[in-house]
Ligand binder design. Sequence first.
Ligand SMILES: O=P(O)(O)OC[C@H]1O[C@H](OP(=O)(O)OP(=O)(O)O)[C@H](O)[C@@H]1O
Ligand code: HPA
Length: 183
Amino acid sequence: MLNRLVTSLEASPMVKRGDYNYFIHPITDGVPVLEPALLREIGCAMVRILDLEGVDKIVAAEAMGIHIGVTLSLMTDIPLVIVRKRPYELPGEVAIHQTTGYSKGELYLNGVAKGDRVVIVDDVCSTGGTMRAVIGALENIGAEIADICVVITRGDEDIGRPFKTLVKVAVAESGVRVVDTYA
Ligand SMILES: O=P(O)(O)OC[C@H]1O[C@H](OP(=O)(O)OP(=O)(O)O)[C@H](O)[C@@H]1O
Ligand code: HPA
């Protein structure tokens, strides 16, 4: 069912970002080219496993959560909120500090109100730093997180609540191995 995702992940080129073994893949980097059939495969799998009952908004972080969020939004007609890397200073904007395995930065959340029922999607969860930061901001606003799905999980980090993933991978300097699939 996730044949395209599994095959392409296991063919990922590897680079070092400091000590971090970083795999390069169309879903997580947009390069070299993102095939519509792969996005459809992922969108269909997410629709199958996510709890979308009564969901008002899909929340996805810039940059590489965007195409995942767009795919799910087009398939479900649920509006999309993009957590941006630059501020807009709109009333109620929430600044979020993000730490990943290889970077630190700020994210800015607009467009989610107290009581909104949301799902969070992203391309990958590694240290869980990004997901923990986004969850914390949504909880502070008083949004209800109905469900979470990341396409690829590459670590065992605790993000403070259960979440769904399409594939779990083991990453080494030599490459990516898909350990499990969940859709
Ligand atoms: O679990 P973590 O260690 O937080 O890593 C996962 C995050 O890292 C990547 O984002 P990044 O901030 O690198 O930006 P990008 O989406 O612009 O590539 C990815 O899109 C996730 O959001
Ligand atoms: O290894 C990775 N590759 C692409 N994106 C990522 N985001 C966190 N880790 C990775």
